[in-house]
Design a protein around this ligand. Structure first.
Ligand code: DOR
Ligand code: ZN
Length: 358
C-alpha cells in the first residue's frame, strides 16, 4: 500500500445530460461517477436537450438536481448571441459562459458576428470556448480587444496549442485545458474504437499527442469532458446498416471520462511522465483558479499509488456503461473521498450523499 492524500479534485467540464437526456446520464449517476473518480466538485455544461440559454432553463436544471447529487455541482450558461438580456439575471447561479465555435453535440454554434457583444456583456466568471483551428485566432482577437478572461476547452491540436501558448506569452488573460482522451488515445485508436472513439475535437496523430505532453507545463488544467452517450446510440442500433461510416451525423460525439481521468494520470505518474504535484495542479489548483472556487475544509481524497487494476465497462457508475479505456491496466486506485469532514466513498462504494449546488 502506498496511500497518499490529495485535495478533492475539480473537473471544470462535464455533461451530465439532466434534465432532458437522462437515459444517457442523470445527476445521481453522473455525480456518483465523479466521486468514484475523485472529483468533489464538477462544472456542468449548458448543451442540454433544451439548452441553458435562459434563467428559466437554468432554474429548472437546478431544481432537477433535487437531493440527487453526491458531489458539489456548478453550472455554466450558454449563448448563441441572442439572449444577452438574460446575462444579468443568472449571475448568482452560474460560474461562467460556454460558447461553441465548432460543431458538436447539440448544434449550438454561436453567431460569430455577435462575439464582441457577447464578450462585453458577460460579467460573471470566465468565458469558456470550444474553438478549433481558425476559431482560435478569431477568439484571441476578441480577447485582446475586450480583455475578458477566456478559457480554451479541450485543446487537442498542435497548432491550436502553439497559438494559445504564444498568446499567453503576450500576456492575454487566457487559460487552456486538455482531456485525458486526447492525452492517452491517438488517431490510431479510432480504428479499434470505432464510434466509441468519436468525439470533438477528434483524436490526433501520435506526434500531436506527443506535443501536448511536451508542453504539459503550459496547460492549465485537465478537463474530462465527460460526455456520456448510450452504447445503442453509439452503435446506431436499429438504423445503422453495415458499412455506415462512423462519421454519420447520427452517431453522437463524446466519451465518458469522470471515472478514468485520475487512474490514467496516476498511471502516468507511475511511469514518470508526470508528478503527483502536476496532477494536483492540473486537477485541483488550475480549475479552482479559473473559477475562483474557495477551498472546502476537510475535503480530500485518498489514492493508492501501488494498486493495479483493469478498467472495465462493467465496473462503472456512469449510466452509459462503457469507456474508451475498457481493458486498459492502470496503476493508481481511488480509495476514499471525504467532503466537509464526511466520508462519502470508500472501497468502491458510495456511502452517503452530501453534494450541493454551488
Ligand atoms: O465529444 C464531445 N461531446 N465534444 C463536445 O464538445 C460535446 C460533447 C457532448 O456534449 O456530447
Ligand atoms: Zn464538452
Amino acid at each position: 500500500m502506498a496511500v497518499v492524500r490529495l485535495p478533492g479534485l475539480v473537473d471544470p467540464h462535464v455533461h451530465l445530460r439532466d434534465p432532458g437526456q437522462t437515459h444517457k446520464e442523470d445527476f445521481s449517476t453522473g455525480t456518483q461517477a465523479a466521486i468514484a473518480g475523485g472529483f468533489t466538485t464538477i462544472f456542468d455544461m449548458p448543451n442540454n436537450k433544451e439548452p441553458i440559454f435562459t434563467k428559466k432553463a437554468l432554474v429548472e436544471k437546478i431544481k432537477a438536481t433535487k437531493s440527487n447529487i453526491v458531489c458539489d455541482v456548478g453550472f455554466y450558461f450558454g449563448s448563441l448571441g441572442d439572449n444577452l438580456e438574460e446575462f444579468g439575471k443568472v449571475k448568482k447561479q452560474t460560474w461562467g459562459l460556454k460558447l461553441y465555435l465548432n460543431e458538436t453535440t447539440g448544434n449550438l454554434l454561436v453567431d460569430r458576428a455577435l462575439l464582441f457583444d457577447i464578450f462585453l456583456q458577460w460579467r460573471r466568471g470566465p468565458i469558456l470556448v470550444h474553438a478549433e483551428d481558425e476559431a482560435v485566432p478569431l477568439i484571441l482577437n476578441v480577447v485582446e480587444k475586450t480583455g475578458k478572461r477566456t478559457h480554451f476547452c479541450h485543446v487537442a491540436g498542435k497548432n491550436d496549442l502553439k497559438r494559445i501558448i504564444n498568446a499567453k506569452e503576450k500576456g492575454l488573460p487566457i487559460t487552456c485545458g486538455v482531456t485525458p482522451h486526447h492525452l492517452f488515445l491517438t488517431q490510431e485508436d479510432e480504428k479499434t474504437l470505432g464510434p466509441f472513439g468519436k468525439m470533438k475535437p477528434r483524436l490526433r496523430p501520435k506526434r500531436e499527442v506527443a506535443f501536448l505532453w511536451k508542453y504539459i507545463k503550459a496547460i492549465d488544467m485537465i478537463e474530462s469532458d465527460h460526455a456520456p452517450h448510450t452504447k445503442q446510440e453509439k452503435l446506431g442500433e436499429g438504423w445503422r446498416a453495415r458499412g455506415t461510416p462512423v462519421e454519420h451525423p447520427m452517431i453522437p460525439f463524446g466519451v465518458p471520462g469522470l471515472e478514468t481521468t485520475l487512474p490514467l494520470l496516476l498511471t502516468a505518474v507511475s511511469e514518470n511522465r508526470l508528478t503527483i504535484d502536476e496532477v494536483v495542479r492540473l486537477c485541483h489548483t488550475g480549475p479552482k483558479r479559473l473559477l475562483g472556487l474557495e477551498t472546502e475544509k476537510n475535503t480530500y481524497i485518498k489514492v493508492d499509488l501501488k494498486a493495479n487494476y483493469i478498467i472495465q465497462n462493467t465496473n462503472l457508475f456512469t449510466k452509459c456503461g462503457w469507456t474508451p479505456f475498457d481493458g486498459m491496466r492502470v496503476k493508481g486506485k481511488m480509495n476514499k473521498v471525504v467532503i466537509r469532514g464526511t466520508k462519502v466513498f470508500e472501497e468502491g462504494k458510495i456511502i452517503t450523499s452530501i453534494g450541493k449546488v454551488i
